[in-house]
Each structure stands twice: as C-alpha cells, then as structure tokens.
Unconditional design. Structure first.
Length: 606
C-alpha cells in the first residue's frame, strides 16, 4: 500500500508539474517566485548553504520545511521554465527566508547569475525510502526487541508491566494521573488517548518528566515539525534540557537556541573547529601532489574529526530529551543511538511505517494522540482502501485496549459545544470541567449556532483542478455574521478583552478567498490581529474564543466530498471555547447522518 501511495504521489507530482503554471504553484504554497539569492556560507555541520528570500510579500502560507527537496528554475515569462541542473535540500525555512543546502560552489554560481529565479518543491523520495526501509527492517526482524514489539502490536496479548503503588500528582485530574502511572508501569507499550481539550500535552509532559527520573535520556518524536516544537517548548518550560534535531517551525529564540546546529556553534571548541575547516579548504584550493601536502591534509582531517566527535558527544551527553520528527529520527546525527523509551506525540496522524523509523531505536513505546481527530494524509484511493490509513495507534487500541488510557475531563469548551463530540466520538465519556462548563461571552447567549445558507444567491464553485472549491456568497455571509456578532458583543469589548477568532474552512480555496475579503474589509480592520483564517489541518492543536466554520458545499445532489471525513469535522467543531458558528447549506449537508445529528443537536440546544 505504501508503494502504491509513493507511485501515486510521484506520478501526480510529475503531472501537476507539467500542467500547472508558476502562478498556481505559488498560490498552492509549493513555489516562491521570484526569489532573491543572499549570501552563501558553510554552516556548523560543514554543509554549503545559500540564503533565499521570497520577493513577493504575499499572504500565502508555504509548504517548505526542513529536509524537503527543492529545485531552482529561471523563467522567461510565466510559462517558459528552465530548471537548473542540481537539487537542494531545505535546511531552514521562515515566512519569507529560506536556507538551502546545495551540492557545491558551481550551484552557488548558477544561482547568483540566474535572472527571474524561482524555487519549488521537488518530489521528495527520502521519506518514502526511509519508510520502506523501516517496513523491510521490521518485517525481517527476528529474535530481537524490534521483533517482540512487532508481534505484540499485531497480536492481542498480555503486555508486561512493572508493579508499584500508584503515584500521586495532585495537579493532575484522576484520568491524567492514571495515564502517567500507566506510562511508568509499561514495559512494552502505553497509549494516552487525548480527546480535544483534555490536557494530553500536559499529561505527556508529566509522563516524560517522571520517566526522566528513572532514565537518563528519552527520544520524543511526532509526525510534523510543528508538533515536535510544541511538545519541546512545553518540556523546556518544565526545565528539561531538550536537544532539537531538525528545523523548528516555531521560529523563536527559545526554540532556535535548542537546535543541534545552534548548540553546535555555541560549543567552546567550535571556533577552533571552524578555523581548521577553513584551513583545510584553503589547503585544498592550492592542491599540490607532494607527500607534505597529503600529510598536512590527513592531519587536519584527523583533528577535525576528533573535534566534531567531541562536540557531538558533549551535546548528547548534556541533553535529557532528544526531539525530532519521525523521519528525522533517521538523521545521521542519531546514528548508533538507542533509547529505553520513545514517546510519539500526535501518533494518530502518523503513518504506521513512519512510526517504525523511530521505534527501531527504542526499547518501549508510548503513543499519545486521538484517532478520532485528524488522520494521516493519504492521496491514493487504492492505498487508503487497502488499509494504509490504519495507524499504529489505532492498531494497538484495537489489539491491546488494556494499554489505553482515555483522558475524560476537558478544560476548553462550553458544555454544549463539547457534548455532541463526546457522544458521537467518545461514547459520552468526556465531560467538561466545572470551571468551563458554562463559559460564554454574553449572558443568555447560545454557544452553538448553525446558519443555513440554502437561500443565498450563489452556490459552490470549482476553481481549478486539485485546488479546491469556494462559495463566494457564503464567504461574504461569514464575514457579515462575524461583524454582527462583534456588534452584539460590543466592538470595544472585543478589542479590550482581545477575544480571538478562528475562521475555518475545509477548503484551501475558500480560506484564501476569506483572507482576501478580510484584508479588504474596513469594518474588520481593527480586529485583524485577533482573526486567524485556516484549514482544519491548520487549526489542529489550537483553540479560539470564537470559531466560525464555512462548510462551502451547496449543491442539489447532496455531494459533500471529503466533508465525509468526520474526524476533520471533530477537530473543527472542538476548537471553540465559548462560541461556535457554523455556516452551511442544511439541505445539502444533512443528507449525511453526522451533519443531520449535529444540526438537530444545535437546534434542540437552542
């Protein structure tokens, strides 16, 4: 199934590359054009890198991040593209600046002289190669720890546990305390199932902190860089020394200072290492085939290797937590390392094959996440139908339910907002904490509202292959509804109390259309810093006082496309603390039982 997904994504990438122009690639976030080339230099890992700057200051979120493969091109107009004859790798990416690793000085020279230069994502085979290698490794494993974990995860069985009296954590609730104790007792595997707002990260941080009282070092991974950054920051706030392997998405001084590269540069021996590397490059530039030349090069290389190993070993000796993405756990800086415990956060969003990349380094595994929220992204229907979307967390929950602890008290939402999600996805087991049960913005307000868009003068539109759908009339009504609610609350109160708003749409095209409308809206100008607009995936792990959802779909056939992915809707409706406003065509959406039940729930609550 993974091979099918790989081939589908590779072929789709090639096809889209042939039919989609530069402008569309820019709008999709897969391309910067035009770009300006900055300085080139050798980084702390002795890789030749080049700085690249996005020239157009567009409000488009890009998809460039650490480890992704890119290729450069020059243009003659928007349609005539010539690719440069080398590939590069992203080392670091910000909103409008990127640092890429290039193969040699010839590549730097090509970039410096090229006019109308652009950079785009290329198809990255590295992650697929790592996953396929991991599947091969685990399927062949025999008479070792990897084989034992594989057999346990695939077969209902009796996992082993340590026995000790429960530890007390007065600052946690009962199910959080139980989850931490179950993690500490587990010899093989433990699962922390955290529905929205139940303090999964708080629980996981506590479990890691307590594990470090028993172990010298642990490995903490997640599928995305953003999830790795989030858990890393929380651990750092708890006073844990974290070494971040890879490029943080949350670009701030706190995160950057914990990266392997920054700490490498800050090591007392680094100036000496840098000077010796520079000397070696200069010696090689004046190459002579004499015996003395070869001896000097050998001495320098030997001393450089010695210093590199000393700095590397010092960094890992100091750190209590090594954090990286699942694919990043295959980094050469982790070569040969093993850990007693591996923690995988947001495990329900990771392909099983990606989890096995990291599991090979571990003696036991702790997974945290929620398989009732965002699933892994699968682009090939045959692979999805064949079971590729079944995550390792779901597999373990099904085969070994006794290792799962469900967190049951949520601290985010008004009771009415939480109630529907609890009943549909969690068997009614999730309850609201007393302090948030009746939280609201206005007295006698209704926490959930569904505005029927059936009578609008306009329907959904398709705006380009593989790009998405928009509903212009619904987008306009979305902003009008928000303005009216601000008026009802009191515009000055919104600003004084900084009531934050999330506008969510499942469709990227609708998100970008809404962002344009907000930029053009004079009425909403004072509130722009309080309003975030994004897809469901973009709001994973976030919360807002007010959430407005534009569902877009409005047609006579009752077609709702990937709105059938109910786990995404679970994420969308559980982001709101106090007010949830849904805009959607009732006649189109309520043909599906989930949306019918949600609509009825809102109507009865009101």
């Amino acid at each position: 199934m993974l091979q099918l997904e790989y081939e589908h994504e590779r072929d789709e990438f090639k096809r889209l590359g042939e039919v989609i122009g530069v402008g569309r690639k820019v709008k999709r976030g897969d391309c910067w054009w035009p770009v300006r080339v900055g300085r080139s230099y050798y980084n702390s890992l002795n890789q030749l890198v080049v700085e690249v700057y996005r020239s157009e200051d567009e409000d488009i979120e890009h998809n460039f991040e650490y480890g992704k493969q890119v290729m450069f091109f020059r243009t003659s107009g928007m349609d005539s593209i010539t690719y440069l004859d080398f590939s590069a790798t992203v080392s670091y990416a910000e909103e409008h600046r990127m640092v890429v690793i290039v193969p040699d000085n010839n590549a730097v020279q090509q970039l410096q002289v090229a006019e109308q230069l652009g950079v785009q994502l290329s198809f990255d085979e590295t992650t697929y190669r790592l996953m396929l290698e991991a599947i091969d490794r685990v399927s062949r494993a025999k008479d070792n720890r990897l084989a034992q974990l594989r057999d346990l995860f695939y077969n209902p069985g009796k996992e082993e546990k340590f026995t000790f009296a429960p530890m007390s954590f007065p600052w946690l609730n009962a199910t959080q305390e139980r989850a931490v104790n179950e993690v500490l007792r587990a010899k093989d595997v433990a699962v922390v199932h955290g529905p929205p707002g139940t303090g999964k990260t708080t629980t996981l941080v506590e479990a890691i902190y307590e594990t470090l009282r028993r172990e010298s070092q642990v490995l903490v991974c997640a599928q995305s860089n953003m999830a790795v950054d989030w858990i890393s920051e929380r651990l750092m706030d708890r006073g844990v020394d974290v070494l971040r392997v890879g490029n943080p998405t949350r670009v701030n001084d706190k995160m950057l200072s914990q990266t392997y590269e920054r700490r490498y540069e800050a090591h007392p021996d680094y100036p000496q290492l840098w000077a010796m590397r520079k000397t070696l490059r200069e010696v090689r530039e004046h190459r002579r085939g004499t015996e003395a030349y070869h001896q000097k090069v050998d001495r320098l290389k030997s001393r450089i290797t010695e210093l590199e190993l000393r700095i590397h070993n010092d960094l890992f000796a100091q750190a209590r937590v090594i954090s990286c993405t699942l694919a990043g756990s295959a980094s050469r800086v982790l070569e040969g390392m093993r850990f007693a415990t591996l923690f995988i956060d947001e495990a329900a969003q990771a392909l099983e094959a990606a989890c096995w990349i990291a599991i090979r380094r571990a003696g036991r595994v702790v997974l945290a996440g929620d398989h009732c929220q965002l699933p892994p992204t699968i682009k090939c229907y045959e692979a999805l139908k064949g079971g590729l979307g079944l995550t390792l967390m779901e597999r373990i929950v099904a085969s070994n339910p006794q290792v799962v602890t469900l967190l049951q008290v949520q601290y985010r939402m008004n009771e009415q907002i939480m109630q529907f999600s609890s009943e549909w996805f969690y068997g009614g087991k999730v309850q609201s904490a007393p302090e948030v049960r009746d939280r609201g913005i206005l007295d006698w307000d209704t926490p959930m509202v569904w505005i029927d868009t059936a009578d609008l003068d306009g329907r959904e539109e398709f705006v380009g292959e593989s790009y998405g759908r928009i509903n212009r009339a619904e987008a306009a009504l979305t902003l009008q509804t928000l303005e009216e609610y601000f008026e009802k609350v009191g515009r000055q109160r919104v600003l004084d109390e900084r009531l934050d708003v999330g506008i969510i749409s499942p469709y990227r095209a609708q998100v970008q259309h809404l962002r344009r409308l907000i930029r053009q809206s004079a009425a909403l100008k004072p509130y722009r810093s309080l309003i975030a607009v994004n897809t469901v995936d973009g709001f994973q792990g976030q919360e807002r006082d007010i959430i407005v959802i534009s569902l877009v779909r409005a047609n006579d056939e009752g077609q709702i496309g990937f709105l059938r992915d109910l786990r995404r809707m679970n994420v969308a409706i559980t982001r709101a603390r106090m007010k949830l406003i849904i805009l959607g065509d009732v006649s189109t959406l309520t043909r599906h039982p989930f949306y019918r039940k949600l609509y009825d729930h809102i109507q009865s609550a009101n």
